[in-house]
Design a protein around this ligand. Structure first.
Ligand SMILES: *Cc1c(COP(=O)(O)O)cnc(C)c1O
Ligand code: SF4
Length: 346
């Protein structure tokens, strides 16, 4: 039997993840803490710079905020027509049914909204209103369940949510964004997989992982259950200083996804979330890394490097600028940085 998740500074002290008198109480007051037994198992306790611990163990560096950081870094709140819905692009909405997660990532872009003191779970009537919104907007082709982590819901509750979406004809795709297969893989059992598929729509699931060591045997088993059950898996990672900001780690991460039948989808530039400047790298540095990936690993393993533009303007592809020029004449840069001319159209 595995232990419970660590949720307080005292819990972290009790397992020697942080020293006594760590000064972390003010951090814990602002941002939720959550470390599952599976994540604790992944940590290398002998490495003070362990990339797994760095993602989940709070530090006093989080008390430092910089002027450009904001509580709502990607502008969710200005595109929320009803509680729980974010409608930024015409054909798809986010449905945020819960604002809790099994773990709390120290770099989280929604860190001001998630956690026990966060935005909470939608009430029955709020959920009704969200479903009405989706049903009455025929342009909504895809519903993206995020949060928080939607897979903290019981299979029974997920199934009932999916059955409500099943009744909305114009919704064709249901997508989940989750960290559960990695951080609490035991939740992904047959009942959970059946619930995810209960809408009868095409179901995609974006697995959030940032380091190749997150692919534990239990996580691999969870991925296998999902794919074999009929869920299409795609990846989602955040480029993070001290976690995966080198080509070897990124290459191993992307290959790990592909080996587990997870198609790399997005590599996010870190958002301007409060108290996360120690995780951020520059866009130029990020572009160099993704350009190097191009020559290094299969096309199957290439993610799209994206930035969520602060203020709610949506995502932009910020991968290396490989084409320059004007007047119809172009210079195209290859993966080794060499430039080649490309002729204009007739
Ligand atoms: C990121 C995001 C999406 C999904 O974007 P894709 O490019 O389709 O993955 C949808 N809505 C909002 C509000 C988002 O922030
Ligand atoms: S699982 Fe996602 S929403 Fe939850 S804390 Fe981590 S990044 Fe934030």
């Amino acid at each position: 039997m595995r232990g419970a998740a660590l949720k307080t500074v005292a819990d972290l002290e009790a397992v020697n993840l942080v020293p006594a008198e760590s000064g972390l109480d003010p951090v814990a007051e602002k941002y939720a803490i959550g470390i599952t037994p599976a994540v604790l198992d992944l940590m290398d306790r002998s490495d003070p710079a362990d990339p797994i611990a760095r993602q989940f163990v709070p530090t006093v560096a989080e008390l430092q905020t910089t002027p450009e950081e904001r509580a709502d870094p990607i502008g969710d709140l200005c595109h929320s027509p009803v509680e729980g819905i974010v409608h930024r692009y015409p054909d798809r909405v986010l449905l945020k049914a819960v604002h809790v997660c099994p773990v709390y990532c120290r770099f989280c872009f929604r860190r001001e909204m998630v956690g026990p003191q966060g935005l909470g779970t939608l009430t029955g009537s709020e959920l009704d209103a969200a479903m009405d919104y989706i049903a009455s907007h025929e342009e909504i082709w895809e519903v993206i369940l995020t949060g928080g982590d939607p897979l903290v819901l019981s299979p029974r509750r997920l199934k009932s949510l999916m059955e409500r979406l099943a009744a909305i004809e114009h919704v064709r795709i249901v997508r989940f964004h989750t960290r559960v297969p990695v951080v609490e893989p035991e939740r992904v059992n047959d009942e959970m997989v059946a619930a995810l598929l209960a809408s009868g729509k095409t179901t995609y699931l974006a697995v959030h992982a940032n380091h190749p060591r997150e692919f534990s045997p239990d996580a691999r088993l969870a991925f296998r259950r999902l794919v074999d059950g009929g869920v299409v898996l795609i990846s989602q990672s955040v480029l993070l200083r001290g976690v995966n900001d080198d080509v070897d780690t990124l290459a191993a991460l992307m290959r790990g996804f592909v080996e587990n039948r997870i198609k790399p989808y997005y590599l996010h530039h870190p958002d301007l979330a409060p108290g996360t400047s120690h995780f951020r790298i520059g866009i130029e540095e990020g572009q160099k890394l993704v350009a190097a990936l191009r020559g290094r690993i299969s096309g199957l393993c290439q993610p799209t490097y994206v930035l969520d533009i602060p203020g709610g303007h949506g995502k932009a592809d910020i991968g290396a600028g490989t084409v320059a020029g004007g007047d119809g004449c172009f210079t195209v840069r290859d993966w080794q940085g060499r430039e080649h001319a490309y002729p204009p159209a007739e």
